[in-house]
Design a protein around this ligand. Structure first.
Ligand SMILES: [Zn+2]
Length: 247
């Protein structure tokens, strides 16, 4: 079989997956036969769930497209953080509900997302197969630090978290999925991800530390595990951070 050649250009944050010699420019990719574009992209290093649009010679194709000699291929990331979001923002809120499932390395991020009301599944003993199956059944977006997980063919919505520390990870996710308008603090339990509702102070007063009882009057409780929440310093700091980092 003779060697064929295609030209690839990856846009925006898809460049994060490329070796430096390929970043932010067109490059030649050699192949034998006619592999699918999904396999070729993943051989280059880009997991398919990160990709929203592929143009081959100006026409959009799906992942099963077979590469042809001399194809010119432009690959674009999910549009959430792309220019066309200005169109989508015509709606007061995104039409879809953003739900996540996180891999075992992202426990702290899971708590932060839940704190702001995002439906976030996380267990420290999930195996990849479970994550993929649950994501598939419940239409959840997989957040992971493991690029290999995203290359599984059953993964439709997934995102490789670039940052390694929980604080910047959290900001990254809010910005990447444009979630600022969906923040709804004190609606979800940080421990078990179930609903949190407001409760009267009298109902739970006997479970409070003296200082908490003295300084706070507004309380919330998880309907499932019964954990009690109030808007203490942790919450205030988080709120400030969101306001300053996301103008
Ligand atoms: Zn709970």
């Amino acid at each position: 079989m003779s060697l064929n050649n295609a030209t690839f250009r990856f846009y925006q944050e898809l460049n994060d997956f490329l070796p430096s010699k390929y970043k932010k420019k067109s490059f030649h990719y050699s192949f034998r036969g006619n592999p699918t574009i999904k396999d070729s992209m993943e051989a280059i290093g880009v997991p398919h769930p990160e990709v929203e649009l592929i143009l081959v010679n100006g026409k959009s194709v799906n992942f099963s497209y077979h590469l042809q000699n001399k194809d010119f291929i432009s690959v674009y990331p999910m549009f959430e953080s792309f220019d066309i979001t200005s169109l989508i923002k015509l709606h007061p809120r995104p039409l879809r509900i953003t739900k996540f499932i996180l891999d075992i390395q992202l426990g702290t991020l899971a708590k932060k997302l839940r704190m702001l009301g995002f439906d976030t599944l996380y267990k420290n003993n999930y195996v990849d197969k479970q994550i993929i199956e649950i994501a598939w059944e419940e239409h959840r977006i997989i957040l992971t630090r493991d690029k290999a997980l995203l290359k599984n063919k059953l993964v439709t919505h997934g995102y490789w978290v670039r940052n390694t520390d929980p604080e910047p990870q959290f900001i990254e996710i809010i910005q990447r999925f444009d979630l600022k308008n969906q923040i709804n603090p004190f609606t979800r339990c940080m421990v078990c991800n179930q609903k949190v509702v407001q409760v009267e102070k009298d109902e739970i007063a006997d479970q409070l530390q003296p200082k908490t009882k003295k300084y706070f009057n507004e309380f919330f409780q998880c309907v499932h595990c019964k954990k009690i929440y109030w808007k203490g310093s942790h919450f205030q700091k988080m709120k400030q951070k969101i306001n300053t980092l996301l103008p």
